[in-house]
Design a protein. Structure first.
Lengths: 142, 106
């Protein structure tokens, strides 16, 4: 690569950066490009995104939430994570879609689990979770 | 660090976890004096998933409310017994034992 090529690459990079929206986030997966054209860290260093979900389904049950559930999606060494600390759900999948699907299935499972469990069978964090599932979610016809 | 499905199925029920099969998964719910504490984990029903390591172990560590994968491995393998796990959850305020909560109310 000659000096002219390098300079052209920098000019091209500057031109592309001018079109970069101020709050741009690249998303879950990093897309590698030639280093001289790579965007600066402020636009490419995001390792996780959050997405709101309201409707969750498994094979036989569909539940909806009265408030959006914020699901944090990130990439581990190999697998994707879909998590919500407040609901204590930590799901994994080979793709972000699979992780969200697993998250949804677990949420439905815990909804059924905690709504069927009586109050004298829970303590501490389980008590908090039971209240949360009973207050926030309801099942709807599939 | 690797933990086999067989080790999990064998050891967690001995340490205060109730095993429950549901759909594609086997869930393990931690109980203290007959009450669920909120700590849990699950493994896939499918025998394709033989070992837990890396990302899966990290996820299990969070479900079990532990602070390191070392602790999670100690629980699911051998060194940490049921009492040790209860002590950790109580220290981290995941639940309060019945006798202590009565004392606090007084």
């Amino acid at each position: 690569m000659t000096l002219t090529h390098i300079n052209e690459s920098y000019e091209l990079r500057d031109e592309r950066l001018r079109f970069m929206p101020e709050h741009f986030q690249r998303g879950v997966t990093a897309v590698s490009t030639a280093s001289e054209l790579d965007v600066p860290p402020w636009s490419s260093g995001f390792s996780a995104i959050r997405t709101p979900l309201w409707r969750f389904s498994s094979m036989h049950t569909v539940i909806i939430s009265s408030k959006p559930v914020s699901v944090r999606i990130s990439k581990g060494e190999i697998l994707f994570f879909a998590e919500n600390e407040n609901l204590d759900i930590y799901a994994t999948g080979e793709t972000s879609g699979e992780a969200i699907h697993a998250f949804s299935e677990h949420l439905v499972h815990f909804y059924v689990h905690y709504t069927q469990l009586s109050w004298d069978r829970v303590t501490g964090e389980a008590r908090r979770l039971k209240k949360l599932y009973e207050d926030l979610f309801q099942d709807v016809p599939a | 660090m690797k933990i086999t499905r067989a080790e999990i199925k064998k050891n967690l029920p001995k340490k205060g976890f109730r095993m429950e099969k549901s759909g594609h998964h086997i869930y393990f719910y931690h109980e203290y004096q007959g009450r669920e504490t909120g700590a849990y984990t699950y493994i896939s029903h499918s025998s394709k998933q033989k070992d837990m390591s890396g990302d899966l172990l990290l996820s299990m560590r969070k479900q079990l409310r532990l602070e390191s994968t070392r602790e999670a491995a100690d629980l699911m393998k051998c060194p940490m017994d049921g009492k040790g796990f209860n002590r950790i959850l109580i220290e981290r305020e995941a639940f309060i034992p019945a006798s202590s909560s009565k004392e606090r109310r007084k």
